[in-house]
Ligand binder design. Structure first.
Ligand code: PLP
Length: 450
């Protein structure tokens, strides 16, 4: 115990944590996680907990996925790094590119542009959207549309389309030309509409209104998550994303599906776009592409968009973007193994079944605990509880109380994630019925602690 506290003090003195006040880790000492096995994590004290977060929505196959570990080790041995900038490539990225094209063929996606993570994927997709219009001679299409509550990473373009003030205001001025549409968030919305279908229609009308106001000829792309993740697992009505697709088509605007969380089975479908029956023009991926074991991502590009770039003879389609680690062979090898295992285990079906169990369990907790204002999920293994101090006014619960929920759950056997007044649940897609029961039982104890 003494050693553990000493480690925590060293942590507070030596590092700053992402998405936290720099002094926070001095007051609220973080858990020091030292091991992961299956879907269970162990801290420095030897305490074990089922990971209800799946790392950070990325460890879809758990912590013991041997084929991915072996693939990383073998690739490190053979070719630990070489760049794929013009003039060189490697066998791992080629094999992965073909596998991704096959996997995402039902989404109409044919080409991969590799990145080092989700924020990088968003940056590339937004850049490519502007470039697409320039290649086509519509250089005036430079603006972006996105959803309030959406999360698109940490780079300045991503922050500019982010729909949460917490990730924006400290860094303003951000990129001009980014406009935000109300999200189909039934619990709180400017229309006071609680019916999901009617709310979807109102949000779609707001989108079309904004396009007309800005002038369609000035807009490059709309970026959206098929299910909003970090914003608190906002699951739109099934008519919403197809409605966005139709509006984008009507006005010549590209649709970028940000699937950094939703791709590879988390929603109970192989992609969030497929869940809603939509083919995006581009799709951003990262996280589970390597099961979280290696920083890696890919922007998938549709045949229609690829055709415009590849048939260009003016030189405008030359891509002036790329990362040293774009197409990292170790990341590509990890992703190949991960994709094979993801399909062999057919994790999407387990995600759907266990997601239903989790969602139903959370609804039962809402009956029991007054502080649960809203329960969201029901589409795979992405769920959230929104905690309030008063159900009538929906006033968000205070930070100290939500910290108690987190601590109570952890001590009882499950790690959950707190984000604002939301408790987020996104376990690995290989969880069992028993694991979900453990998570629910721990949450029950955490909620009772308030
Ligand atoms: N886009 C979405 C939808 C995300 O959820 C995230 C991260 O959670 C990102 C982009 C950024 O990804 P990364 O943290 O890998 O940069």
């Amino acid at each position: 115990m003494k050693d553990e506290n000493f480690l925590k003090e060293r942590n507070a003195r030596s590092i700053w944590h992402p998405m936290a006040h720099p002094a926070d880790s001095q007051k609220n000492l973080p858990e020091i996680i030292v091991a992961g096995d299956g879907v269970t994590i162990t801290d420095v004290d030897g305490h074990k907990a089922v990971d209800g977060v799946g790392g950070l929505w990325n460890v879809n196959l758990g912590f013991s996925c041997q084929p991915v570990k072996d693939a990383i080790a073998a690739q490190l041995d053979r070719l630990p790094y070489y760049s794929i900038f013009r003039g060189t490539t490697n066998d791992a990225v080629i094999e992965l590119g073909e596998m991704l094209a096959e996997f995402f063929a039902p989404d109409g996606l044919e080409r991969a542009f590799y990145t080092s993570g989700g924020s990088d994927s968003v940056e590339i997709a937004l850049r490519l959207a502007r470039q697409y219009h320039k290649v086509r001679g519509e250089a005036g299409r430079v603006k972006y549309l996105s959803l309030k509550k959406g999360y698109h990473g940490t780079h300045t373009l991503g922050a500019s389309v982010n729909g949460n003030a917490n990730f924006r205001t400290q860094y303003e001025p951000l990129m001009p030309g980014c406009y935000h549409i109300p999200a189909p968030y039934t619990y709180r919305n400017p229309f006071n509409e609680t019916d999901p279908e009617k709310l979807a229609q109102l949000c779609l009308a707001a989108l079309e209104d904004e396009i007309k106001f800005q002038g369609a000829e000035t807009i490059a792309a709309m970026i959206m998550e098929p299910i909003l993740g970090a914003g608190g697992v906002i699951v739109p009505h099934e008519s919403f994303m197809p409605g966005v697709r139709a509006i984008c088509d009507k006005y010549g605007i590209l649709l970028i599906a940000d699937e950094v969380i939703t791709a590879f089975g988390r929603t109970g479908a192989w992609s969030g776009s497929r869940l809603w029956g939509v083919q995006p023009d581009m799709m951003t991926t990262a996280k589970a592409i390597t099961n979280g074991y290696f920083p890696f991502g890919a922007v998938m590009i549709s045949g229609r968009v690829a055709e415009v770039f590849e048939s260009d003879t003016s030189g405008k389609a030359a891509i002036g973007s790329g990362y040293t680690y774009s197409g990292h062979p170790v990341g590509a090898a990890a992703a190949i193994a991960c994709l094979k295992e993801t399909q062999a285990l057919n994790v999407k079906d387990n995600a759907a079944a266990r997601g239903t169990q989790l969602h139903e369990g959370l609804l039962a907790l809402q009956e029991k605990h007054d502080i649960v204002g809203d329960v969201r999920g029901g589409r795979g293994l992405m769920c959230a509880l929104e905690l309030v101090s008063d159900r009538a006014t929906k006033a968000p619960i205070d930070k100290a109380s939500i910290a108690k929920v987190h601590r109570g759950a952890y001590e009882t056997g499950a790690m959950v994630r707190v984000s604002g007044n939301n408790v987020i649940l996104s376990p690995s897609l290989i969880v069992t019925e028993g694991n979900i029961a453990t998570i629910l039982n721990a949450l029950d104890a955490g909620l009772a602690a308030v």
